[in-house]
Design a protein around this ligand. Structure first.
Ligand SMILES: CC[C@@H](C(=O)O)C(=O)SCCNC(=O)CCNC(=O)[C@H](O)C(C)(C)COP(=O)(O)OP(=O)(O)OC[C@H]1O[C@@H](n2cnc3c(N)ncnc32)[C@H](O)[C@@H]1OP(=O)(O)O
Ligand SMILES: [Co+2]
Length: 137
């Protein structure tokens, strides 16, 4: 399995609007689009573009959101996950299963409209790691 492009860094926040104000004040950066809900992933999302990647701001959508506990431990928010692209998500999943890595839940459609899954941070040196299939261009 080849380590693919860093698609985004996920940043959990209690308020996407406040985080956008920070990126605007510190870097003059604007959001790549309007925030939107992803109920299947339990988050509200907004992207900020960087020249070679993206920052993915995620806010909990409901009390069962997977980022609720993280925000309880880090109330001001913080760096939550990294996401690498892979060419074939099914092959990537089989690869990591073969290594005995803990895969968190089913493969779902992510914020870019392609399938994603997550590897447990304990199997990735403490970094929650998302794999996403490269979008077709
Ligand atoms: C926008 C959609 C999509 C995209 O397309 O990009 C997304 O990115 S959605 C992002 C949100 N979704 C997810 O995070 C799904 C996968 N996550 C999970 O299944 C869970 O959040 C988790 C990682 C298993 C954590 O479980 P949780 O119940 O929330 O917390 P625990 O306290 O039980 O955590 C266990 C253990 O792991 C450590 N931990 C938790 N979160 C992180 C993290 N983000 N980075 C590093 N380490 C993390 C936590 O500290 C615990 O450690 P110990 O205390 O040492 O046991
Ligand atoms: Co993500």
């Amino acid at each position: 399995m080849k380590l693919g492009r860093l698609n985004h860094v996920g940043v959990a926040t209690p308020s996407i609007e406040r985080s956008l104000e920070t990126y605007k004040a510190m870097f003059g950066a604007e959001p790549a689009g309007e925030p939107f809900d992803l109920p299947a992933q339990g988050v509200r999302v907004c992207f900020v573009d960087t020249p070679n990647s993206q920052i993915e701001l995620i806010e909990p959508l409901g009390e069962t959101s997977p980022i609720v506990k993280f925000l309880e431990k880090n109330p001001a928010g913080g760096q939550h996950h990294v996401c690498f692209e892979v060419e074939d998500i099914a092959a990537a999943r089989a690869h990591f299963e073969g290594k005995g890595a803990r895969i968190l839940g089913p493969t779902r459609i992510g914020a870019h409209g392609t399938p994603v899954f997550f590897l447990h941070p304990k199997d990735m040196g403490g970094v929650l790691t998302e794999l996403m299939e490269t979008p077709a261009h």
